[in-house]
Ligand binder design. Structure first.
Ligand code: NI
Ligand code: MN
Length: 221
């Protein structure tokens, strides 16, 4: 699976399906790609409906006739319903199968405009990726790893202020034991300034891969 960090919490997963998570692209000051440069999507995932996560979800789903798979309260939003896109609303504890890809919704400790904040576990082509969404550190991350792991990749926020900072993310890595950690949700704005290399220096047991916006990591490598 190829994982491209578009910027902020937005990542593109490319395998047998093309999946975007938290597609905040057009108004994302850290994104180097435009929405027009995002490849054709099969699935759009949104961890919670803060603007920096819902972003261009509806526009991209509409453009590609992609499925928006998210917590029920997001798929039931007036603007999402009015867009006439295909949606699958589910909730924490549930999973959705799309071919051989399994998408599960996990809890997150944060807030949201509608519903509650979530994370996702995506199992595609034998690779398991956890996107934590916006969250504080919580001990049930251990349970997520026990239930869905071993995790190949954990995408964890490190910017602080609205989410975990670097020190909390290092504790999260201990609970999750992923093979690879990719830091997200930092340096988009001054208030979430963080040094991903500081996480790399604190984490010994997992591989920390720092991706600049537009850079990709291949789990096969
Ligand atoms: Ni948020
Ligand atoms: Mn956010």
């Amino acid at each position: 699976m190829k994982i491209t960090r578009i910027g902020h919490a937005c990542v593109l997963l490319e395998g047998s399906k093309t999946i975007i998570i938290d597609p905040f692209v057009q108004d994302n000051p850290s994104a180097t790609l435009t929405t027009a440069e995002i490849p054709k999507l099969d699935i759009v995932l949104v961890t919670h409906d803060h603007f920096d996560h819902l972003g261009d979800a509806v526009k991209l789903a509409k453009r590609d006739k992609a499925k928006l798979i998210a917590q029920y309260e997001i798929t039931a939003r007036g603007d999402v319903m009015a867009a006439g896109i295909e949606t699958v609303g589910f909730n924490i504890g549930g999973s959705v199968e799309e071919g051989n890809t399994v998408i599960s919704l996990t809890p997150a400790v944060h807030s949201s405009d509608n519903g509650s904040p979530t994370g996702y576990v995506v199992k595609m082509d034998g690779t398991t990726v956890y996107h934590a969404g916006d969250t504080a550190l919580f001990s049930d991350m251990k349970l997520i790893a026990d239930q869905f792991g071993p995790l190949d990749v954990a995408l964890l926020p490190i910017g602080g202020h609205f989410t975990m900072g670097v020190d909390s993310a290092a504790k999260a890595v201990e609970l999750l034991s992923p093979k690879t950690v990719i830091p997200i949700h930092y340096n988009t704005w001054p208030v979430i300034k963080a040094d991903p290399e500081k996480l790399a220096s604190q984490v010994k047991s997992s591989n920390v891969v720092v991706l600049e916006p537009g850079e990709a990591f291949d789990t096969e490598e």
